[in-house]
Design a protein around this ligand. Structure first.
Ligand code: HSE
Length: 401
């Protein structure tokens, strides 16, 4: 029997406990042995819990118990999670996590530690919640060179943008609703300012390269600046506005960005609404592959954690396919990447825009004293250069078809 310790009995940790109980039979069949939770570590007390006796407050109890083979880290944050993960791996215990911040920051250290100690560090739940994406990328698409990954990988911001777009809610009202429904994390800034997406796309990019892409190398812009007007303009251009994490791979390096973008209705990502996530991967052999599902929430995220537990029980020894090292220069400036851009500016600047851009054949419209048009394919550096002498620019967004 495999004994598991869950550290952090919040939304995801309690979901892991529930799934291991509810689906015990099937999990045992797939593991070839039963899996039981021996300890739950949390600073809070759970006096009404049916298994009160498994709750502990001292991590050393877990660490020193040779029966515990897998530690599930669902506590989040970095401070304690880092120390506990390091200690568990050093003791040869596999760690399974949903903690994207820790994976993005310290994953490379933990993979090395796992290798040295013959155990594993698994993180399927850290990106896309319940959507299988880490394993398919590493295993099922192994024949491909990955050209790009473009994802809606934050449920909270997708919920907010969907409400703003479909129900004409303000950003503030939509955020309040997301908080009431329990989608937004404790501090909504990690979601709305794009940090959560930054960590997740850093994880995917690092895994594809096999080398760490640091969050500091990823220009990150959240959705606070997206206005009701942007929504109206997007609609008239046949687009939705989505917060995209994007990584484009070239010559062993990645151009990675996080920013709100216009996504044309013909692109499957435009139709991913509510708290759902969608990740579009482009492989050089397979073409486009899309992953879609619940990117957040108790049971979807816990389902990915439990899948990692099953994997760890079946294959306990180190296996480096989902890992990266901390090696050198991995990022190029995503401003070099070409796309179309949607530009909105004061109507008074129309002559200057016509002179600078070839806008004649592209979507070109006027509303409320503003004009909007779509550029040719160009880099962000080029669009900024063309706009530099023009007054009254109100918004510039990448546009993907
Ligand atoms: N706050 C995150 C989201 C949770 O909304 O997607 C899942 O990582």
């Amino acid at each position: 029997m495999m004994k598991v310790a869950i550290i952090g009995y919040g939304v995801v940790g309690s979901g892991v406990y529930d799934i291991l109980k509810e689906n015990r039979g099937g999990i045992e069949k797939r593991c070839g042995e039963s899996v039981a939770v021996k300890y739950v570590l949390d600073i809070r007390d759970f006096p009404d819990h049916p298994e009160r006796e498994i709750f502990v407050k001292d991590f050393d109890k877990i660490l020193s118990d040779p029966e515990v083979g897998v530690v599930v880290e669902t506590m989040g944050g970095v401070r304690f999670a880092y120390d506990y993960t390091k200690s568990a791996l050093s003791a040869g215990k596999t760690v399974v996590t949903s903690n994207k911040e820790l994976v993005a920051l310290h994953g490379h250290e933990f993979f090395r530690l796992a290798e040295e100690n013959g155990c594993r560090y698994l993180f399927e739940a850290s990106v896309g919640g319940g959507i299988p994406v880490i394993r398919p990328l590493a295993r099922c698409l192994a024949a491909n060179e990955i050209d790009s990954i473009t994802g809606i990988i934050n449920g909270t911001t997708n919920f907010i943008l969907t409400k703003m777009y479909e129900e004409e809610q303000s950003f503030e009202d939509a955020l309040l609703q997301a908080q009431r429904l329990g989608y937004a994390e404790k501090d909504p800034s990690a979601d709305v300012d794009g940090l959560d997406v930054c960590r997740k796309i850093a994880i995917l990019a690092s895994m594809v390269l096999g080398k760490r892409v640091g969050c500091g190398d990823i220009p990150t812009c959240g959705i606070r600046g997206v206005t009701d007007d942007d929504m109206k303009w997007a609609e008239s251009a046949g687009c939705a506005i989505k917060l995209l994490g994007r990584a484009v791979f070239r010559n062993g390096r990645a151009g990675v960005s996080v920013e709100p973008a216009m996504v044309h209705k013909t692109n499957p990502l435009a139709n991913i609404g509510d708290v759902y996530n969608g990740i579009l991967v482009e492989g050089n052999m397979v073409g486009h592959v899309m992953f879609y599902g619940r990117g957040a929430g108790k049971l979807p995220t816990a389902s990915a954690v439990v899948a990692d537990i099953v994997d760890a029980v079946r294959q306990p020894g180190y296996c480096g396919e989902f890992s990266w090292t901390d090696a050198g220069d991995t990022a190029f400036d995503p401003a070099e990447l070409e796309s179309e851009f949607f530009v909105r500016m004061c109507e008074g600047s129309i002559a200057a825009a016509e002179k600078a851009f070839a806008v004649q054949d592209k979507f070109y419209a006027r509303h409320d004293g503003d004009i909007g048009f779509i550029t040719e394919m160009m880099s962000k550096n080029e669009v900024n250069k063309l706009l530099s002498g023009i007054d009254g620019v109100k918004s510039v967004m990448r546009l993907f078809r």
